[in-house]
Design a protein around this ligand. Structure first.
Ligand code: SF4
Ligand code: SF4
Ligand code: SF4
Length: 368
């Protein structure tokens, strides 16, 4: 069944200047918040139009809308309220996911998010000593203290959220990361840093081998720790997928054809496969000129769907974990190898991680 998860770029502006920023926010001039909101407001109709078309495409089945940036909470409460109210007024079964840097989460936002059952992901790279190496304000000051205060506010308000850690050379301390999130009982997931159009400083990049050994170590902490079974959502999903081999994704990187499952949309109405990819050369077109169905039926979009078939004949032929990995992320492949149709440069890491994780689960089943 056809189903799309939209990734919506609310703004490319941000109030942080992380050293590995993937969205160009650290490189672009920061427009005033007023300007960002004027732009959002004047284009909101395009977002509504896109929403209607996605829900028709998905036959009104439950759909996750992922809001990204830049920093999405630069958009005001009033504008967010308009969006959420539109979803509700149309009785759309939409789960609203927002990925934020956590700087602007104040009580009014928390109340609004509670009312609309928003799922909030906060980017945080571990305890202060790790996070503040890279996630910084323009002044160079670390962001941890502000974010952590806001996390505590959400806890006091009994609003559930999760954190997302970007693993890079400055925070490769898995004990430190695990113990921090465990101590505060904050659910989290980890994603590897990767190079992109704005170029990550070389000293922050990690190798596939380092990534594999960090994730295996983290898995072992989690698996052997009986106290915090739900702390790391991705690991929970991996175990669930082992017990019941259904088509449940752990991350988009393991989608068979991610361009058929995700689509990026920016507030000016442009569509392309994913906001980790540059618009050029992947641009599909604008929702003002063509319908979603037309854009996805264009040759460019259809060609991207051949990625897995091509990989099965080449890079991923005979791979023993292909049914879990499907060639990994085409965006990482594009930035590493210059081709959407190459395999993910973290290939070796995926093999190592998947074998380690499933080996460990299997052994534990045999022992029990
Ligand atoms: S919070 Fe995100 S968008 Fe903002 S500077 Fe950091 S990485 Fe870039
Ligand atoms: S290109 Fe990569 S990050 Fe984007 S949806 Fe596909 S797998 Fe996910
Ligand atoms: S682990 Fe490597 S070879 Fe196997 S499917 Fe993934 S990218 Fe391809």
């Amino acid at each position: 069944m056809k189903h799309l998860t939209p990734i919506i770029d609310v703004t490319d502006k941000c109030n942080l200047t992380c050293r590995y920023c993937y969205s160009g926010s650290a490189h672009n001039n920061f427009a005033s918040r007023d300007k960002i909101n004027q732009m959002f407001r004047s284009n909101i109709q395009l977002l509504f139009e896109f929403t209607d078309q996605v829900m028709a495409y998905n036959q009104n089945n439950p759909t996750i809308f992922i809001f990204h940036g830049g920093e999405p909470l630069l958009v005001t409460i009033e504008n967010w309220d308009r969006v959420f109210t539109y979803f509700r007024k149309n009785k759309y079964p939409i789960e609203i996911d927002i990925q934020t840097n956590g700087i602007l989460i104040h009580q009014d936002f928390i109340d609004l998010f509670k009312e609309f059952d928003v799922k909030l992901g906060v980017s945080l790279d571990g305890p202060k000593s790790l996070n503040d190496e890279t996630r910084i304000f323009k002044s160079g000051k670390g962001s941890f203290s502000v974010i952590f205060r806001n996390l505590q506010k959400m806890k006091e308000s009994e609003f559930k959220f999760g954190c997302l850690v970007t693993l890079n050379r400055a925070n490769m301390d898995m004990d430190g990361i695990y113990n921090f999130f465990k101590e505060y009982q904050i659910h989290f997931n980890v994603r590897p840093i990767f190079d992109h159009q704005y170029s990550v400083p070389e000293e922050l990049l990690i190798t596939s081998t380092e990534y594999a050994s960090a994730i295996c170590k983290l898995f072992d902490f989690w698996f052997d720790d009986q106290d915090s079974p739900s702390l790391i959502g991705d690991f929970n999903n991996m175990v669930a997928r082992f017990i019941e081999p259904i088509d449940r994704l752990t991350t988009c990187s393991f989608a068979k054809c991610c361009n058929e499952e995700f689509v990026a949309f920016d507030i000016q109405g442009d569509l392309w496969p994913c906001n980790c990819l540059p618009k050029n050369p992947f641009y599909y077109g604008n929702i003002n000129e063509y319908s979603l169905d037309e854009l996805l039926a264009f040759q460019k979009a259809e060609k991207l769907s051949t990625r897995w078939d091509k990989l099965l004949e080449t890079d991923c032929k005979d791979c023993e974990v292909s049914n879990f990995c499907y060639g990994g992320c085409p965006s990482r492949a594009y930035y590493s190898h210059g081709s959407y149709f190459a395999k993910d440069p973290l290939c070796e890491a995926y093999r190592t991680i998947l074998k380690h994780v499933y080996g460990k689960i299997e052994t534990s089943f045999e022992d029990s």
